[in-house]
Each structure stands twice: as C-alpha cells, then as structure tokens.
Design a protein around this ligand. Structure first.
Ligand SMILES: Cc1cc2nc3c(=O)[nH]c(=O)nc-3n(C[C@H](O)[C@H](O)[C@H](O)COP(=O)(O)OP(=O)(O)OC[C@H]3O[C@@H](n4cnc5c(N)ncnc54)[C@H](O)[C@@H]3O)c2cc1C
Length: 404
C-alpha cells in the first residue's frame, strides 16, 4: 500500500477543505441507532451535493448516475478522514447503497443496473434485505419462503423476520426457494421485489432502543415478474454471498470506528469529575488509548484490503475478520462512553429525529443498537467459525445428525 500523496491527492485535500468550509453547515446530523425513518429532504439534498462533488458514489459509473471516478483507496480514505474530522455526514449508508448497488455492479444485468442504481444512490429508493426467517438465521440456506412460477410471474409465499427498514422501504432484495428438489444451497433465487406489491404485510418489531427499526414481513401469493431475478434460478446463494461480503464490510467499516473515536475523545475531555476531565485520569486514559490503538489497526487493515481489492488480489483471511473486529470494537467504544456517562443514561429517550438526541441518548442508542450488529449479518460465533474454517483451514465444525 503506497500512502504517499500525489499532486492529485493534495488537490483533492484542498477541494475537501473548500467543500467543508462552504457546505459543511448543510450536513444532516450524524447519528446511529439504526434506520429510524425515511431520510428527509435535507438528507436527500446533501446526498445529491456529495454525488455532484464526487464525495459519494465516487466510483459508480456515470451511466448509472454515479460520479465515475477510478476507484482509488487513498481518495476514499482522504474523503472519509476529512468528513469525520469535521463531524459531517458521509451521506446515506443504507442497505441499498452499500449492499445492493455493489452486488448489481458485480453480478446484475445491464437493465437492472440502469433501472435501480441511480435512484438508489440518490436516496430516492430504499431497500430492505429479506434473508432471515424464523427457522433460518445462522443456517440461512434452510430458508423456506418459496416461489413457484405461474403465468410469467413468481408467486411468493412465506415469512421473513428481523427485516431492517422494511417499514419504509420501497424495495426488497430477497431470497426464496424456487427449486425445492435441489440440494438446499442450489435451490435458492435472489429477487428484486417492490414493497407496494399486493400480498405483503409488514409488522414492526421494537428493539431495546425503543425504536421499531426492524420487522416481520409476511408474503401471501405475492406476484412478481420472473425477470426480476439476479442471475438465474438456483443462483441465489451465489448472489447472496456477494451481498453478504459487502454487508460485512459495511457493518465492520472502520470509518464508523474513527468517527466514534473522535466523539469518545471529546466526551472524555468534556466530562469533568472532581475538577479533572476523565481523559486526564490514568485509568480512563489507559482504556481510551487501548481502544484508539485498535481503531487505528482496523483503519489501516481496511486500507490494505481496499488496495488489495483495487489490484484484484484476494485478501482471504484479512477480509473475513472485518465484520467481527469492527462490530465488537464499535460496541466497546460505546461501552466506554456509557461508563463515563453513568446515570446520565437515565434520561434516555428514543426520538425519531437523530438531531433531537442529547449526547447521552445518542451514546446509549449506539450502545444498545450496536449490540445487535454483533449478531446481524452473521453472529460473532458464526464469524469465528468462518475465520477458523475458511481463513485458517481448521477442521469444519461437526454437523448434528441429519444436518446438511
Ligand atoms: C440489529 C439487527 C438487524 C438485522 N437486520 C436484518 C435484515 O435487515 N435482514 C435480514 O434478513 N436479517 C436481519 N437480521 C437478522 C440476522 O441476520 C440474524 O439475527 C443472524 O443471522 C442470526 O440468526 P438468528 O437470529 O436466527 O440466530 P440463530 O441462528 O438462531 O443463532 C442463535 C445463537 O446460536 C449461535 N449459533 C448458531 N449456529 C451456530 C454454529 N453453527 N456455531 C456456533 N454458534 C452458533 C449464534 O451465534 C447465536 O448466538 C438482523 C439482526 C439484527 C440483530
């Protein structure tokens, strides 16, 4: 990885400084706690501004509505660093932009890319991910929601659960069993379904944050034209894994860790107990610096992965650790903040608007929601199995009797 800044990178840095000085005040508030509601006009305007300047959808080709720059690991790092330092939003980071768009770029057909990528990166279309079912979470390939073909349509019946954002999503990318006679991994298809289709019922589920950020979704004879499939019938497992790769990078993203580290430092510097800021006290300082070291290790690890990806190199084990490392570390950063805030957490109040959160509410929302992200997208136990088996070549875990 070459981190030397070229003239072009120095020019980008100057552009970033100018952009932030001129437009930074237009950024929507940065906040966590999951997707609470549909982005408002301020978020959409900010997203358009970022795409126009090449600070979002930077390497998405212009023919699909992106900025069309060559992918460059240092460009991405400079943008993220400047936005984090200024405390402004990096734009919409939902399942559509961060998971479906790269999937379509990798395995979608031209018609699907032209139709779905533009409105998704602009934040006009929101996507939910229909993978998990009551009996199929870690063992996702056991999913039972089924679809058969009738008059040029898939007819879908079944149930999904823990579907984030389904209560305001326009579209869902979902996995269904279309080939029940084939082995379970080979019988799945990946479909693109408008949520307004008749026969879909969404029932919100509240989390301990007090927000209903995910849902149960029921399908009764839902009809979808058969061309709304990514790759072919029975290829769904392959497509699902492309999306999962991007999901795990999103969930373990080090830019979130760096942003959170900046916030944590400010909190410990502002929290004064017995006349001294917590950051100046050895025990708190020690806890903070250990976490800072881990965040920086995560940041440089991901830069190495990005530079390997841009050279089409396989990062192997390096890629497999990102989700586990990033989600557990994000939660540990929030845990230190919660320890510092102490009883301030009693004033926790769930709000729909991130901008209404007090500092304590924002930290508690992050702490509670991010505990879930250690499970979502593949739990830590499953990540450890993957790291051991696929990354380190250790023996596969024994399957229970009758398991596939
Ligand atoms: C905040 C959040 C958001 C989510 N959003 C979505 C979404 O948008 N769309 C979607 O489809 N799903 C979503 N999920 C669901 C998520 O993907 C599943 O919760 C996850 O895959 C685990 O499945 P499960 O809940 O059925 O748990 P189970 O699979 O029943 O696992 C229960 C426990 O057993 C452990 N376990 C299971 N199998 C093994 C094994 N072989 N070895 C060791 N330990 C094992 C697990 O680690 C876990 O601790 C979300 C979950 C959360 C928490």
């Amino acid at each position: 990885m070459d981190l030397t800044l070229s003239d072009r990178h120095r020019a980008l840095r100057a552009d970033l400084r100018e952009f932030i000085a001129r437009h930074g005040h237009r950024s929507p508030p940065v906040g966590g706690g999951g997707g609470r509601k549909r982005p408002d006009q301020r978020v959409l305007d900010w997203q358009s501004l970022l795409i126009e300047h090449g600070f979002a959808a930077r390497s998405v080709p212009t023919r699909y509505g992106g900025y069309g720059a060559e992918h460059d690991v240092l460009d991405a790092a400079l943008i993220t660093e400047a936005f984090n330092a200024a405390g402004i939003s990096l734009g919409i980071q939902g399942q559509g932009i961060r998971m479906l768009v790269p999937t379509l770029l990798e395995v979608g057909n031209e018609e699907q890319r032209r139709r779905w990528i533009g409105p998704t990166i602009r934040g006009e279309l929101h996507w939910a991910q229909g993978y998990s079912e009551p009996e199929a979470g870690s063992d996702l390939a056991s999913l039972r929601t089924r679809a058969h073909v009738e008059d040029g349509n898939f007819v879908i019946n079944g149930q999904k659960i823990w579907t984030s954002s389904a209560h305001y999503a326009d579209m869902m990318f979902l996995l269904v069993r279309t080939e029940p006679d084939r082995p379970k991994h080979l019988g799945i298809s990946y479909l693109l379904l408008p949520m307004a289709t008749s026969g879909i019922e969404v029932r919100p589920l509240a989390t301990m944050t007090g927000h209903a950020t995910f849902n149960e979704v029921f399908f009764t004879d839902v009809r979808l034209p058969t061309d709304q499939i990514v790759l072919g019938r029975g290829d769904g497992w392959k497509v699902a894994n492309v999306t999962l790769k991007h999901e795990r990078m999103l969930l373990g993203d080090s830019s979130k860790l760096v942003h959170r580290l900046h916030r944590l430092r400010a909190l410990l510097a502002e929290t004064v107990v017995d006349g001294a800021p917590l950051l100046s006290r050895p025990v708190w300082r020690d806890r903070f610096l250990r976490l800072q070291g881990e965040v920086l290790a995560g940041k440089y690890h991901q830069m190495r992965l990005l530079s390997e990806a841009s050279r089409d190199q396989d990062s192997g084990l390096g890629l497999l650790v990102v989700k586990y490392y990033g989600t557990t570390l994000a939660w540990r950063l929030a845990t230190l903040a919660v320890d510092a805030l102490g009883e301030a957490g009693l004033a926790y109040e769930p709000h729909d608007e991130v901008g209404e959160d007090s500092a304590a509410t924002a930290w508690y929302a992050d702490w509670m929601y991010d505990l879930g992200l250690i499970i979502g997208g593949g739990s830590s136990n499953i990540q450890k199995n993957i790291i051991a088996e696929r990354g380190l070549g250790m023996p596969r875990e024994p399957k229970p009797m009758g398991g596939a």
